[in-house]
Design a protein around this ligand. Structure first.
Ligand code: PLP
Length: 372
């Protein structure tokens, strides 16, 4: 198994803690302990669930699995495995279900893990292009053609999408699940950005609503603003959850107890948590949108529909590593170069963080792009 370096993580590794204006993150502004305690009206580090600092049930605590199952109508705790973030969840699903030689269809551009891990397992990865002219929505006719060309084992989708913020409507989600069923393929739907809606009435439904043979991955990181907990999950048919569980015995044994207890408190107060997060995402989105429109001579984009990332095209005659590098080194502004998604001429801007930092970072970015 040979994994290529994870370009996005290497980029963050270089600049995340040395730049002043971080407008690159894909999460909503993380909670502090006291802020979450105020919302949950409890002492988070003194809940009964946290008293025991030993190992927990290796599938995750019963209480947390039950709470996560409530996010997916018709699913129970037996359909849920708690993981160390969505990144472990995806990894477990790939290693549990894929064999060398299997054909996997993955949307592109994509979070690198979603095609790199299948490739490293010896799978044949076919990229399903999300095009700007289609507002980065997947083309179902193209999927049909790709399915007809070879026996496909897995279709990997990620909506709301990283790096474009594209959503997926119920009709398209249903069509993808139906095509997968017809061909005996499994759908892996990475839904880590679900919940951060930017436009009333536009929200990607979970793939769990459309088929029983779908695996969904979610996490506390992005929409909930609790990335440091490292709590994610796999939701799917019991036999698939069982296979993932077998592998997790070799990766992390069990998820951390304190993190699960805090995640449980947050999920039990989901409506207050998401009110805080959605209102910040919408407020910041309006700042970004205004910035793009005022600077339309140097940048453009397909506005994101959900989540807190936007894929911004720039006019400067420089590759994205140079643009993002100059912003980091000269202006202390962190954005993600499009090259981390194998697409040049773009930068990914994360607008979920502190509002003042976003405004200042965008102003500096515009000045730099004007002179490049
Ligand atoms: C599409 C996607 N899946 C999974 C992850 C990993 O998330 P987590 O922090 O829950 O491990 C990310 C993080 O950027 C992501 O963008």
């Amino acid at each position: 198994m040979k994994l290529e370096p994870f370009a996005l993580e290497r980029w963050f590794g270089k600049y995340e803690f040395t730049t002043r204006y971080n407008i690159a993150e894909s999460c909503i502004k993380p909670f502090t302990v006291s802020e979450l305690e105020a919302i949950c009206r409890c002492d988070l580090l003194r809940t009964t669930e946290i008293e025991n600092l030993g190992y927990t049930d290796s599938r995750g605590t019963d209480e947390l699995r039950e709470e996560v199952a409530k996010l997916y109508p018709g699913r129970t705790a037996d359909n849920v495995l708690i993981t160390l973030g969505a990144i472990e969840a995806n990894y477990l699903v790939f290693t549990a279900l894929l064999q060398p030689g299997d054909v996997v269809i993955t949307e592109f551009p994509a979070y690198q893990q979603l095609y790199e891990v299948p490739r490293s397992l010896g799978c044949k990865v076919r990229l399903w292009d999300l095009r700007a002219e289609n507002n980065y929505r997947p083309d179902i006719a193209q999927l049909d053609a790709m399915m007809a060309a070879s026996k496909v084992k897995m279709i990997v989708i990620n909506h709301p999408h990283n790096p474009t913020g594209a959503s997926l409507d119920a009709g398209s989600m249903a069509a993808i699940c139906e095509i997968a069923e017809q061909h005996g393929a499994v759908v892996l739907s990475d839904e880590v950005y679900r919940g951060l809606t930017l436009i009333d009435g536009v929200s990607t439904p979970s793939a769990q609503l459309f088929s029983d043979n779908v695996v969904t991955v979610g996490s506390m990181s992005k929409a909930f603003g609790l990335s440091g907990l490292r709590v994610g999950w796999v939701v799917g048919p019991e036999d698939i959850v069982e296979k993932c569980w077998t592998i997790r015995d070799y990766t992390s044994i069990c998820p951390p107890g304190p993190s699960q207890a805090i995640a449980l408190s947050a999920l039990r107060n989901i409506s207050s948590v998401m009110t805080r997060n959605t209102s910040l995402a919408r407020k910041n989105f309006s700042i970004l949108d205004e910035w793009v429109s005022v600077n339309s001579d140097i940048v453009s984009y397909i506005p994101p529909c959900e989540g807190v990332v936007a894929f911004v095209k720039y006019g400067a005659c420089a590759d994205s590593i140079q643009v993002a590098g100059e912003l980091a080194n000269f202006d202390s502004v962190l954005v993600v170069p499009g090259s981390c998604f194998e697409v040049d001429g773009y930068i990914r801007i994360g607008f979920g963080g502190d509002t003042d930092t976003l405004q200042l970072g965008l102003d500096l970015a515009a000045k730099r792009l004007q002179i490049m």
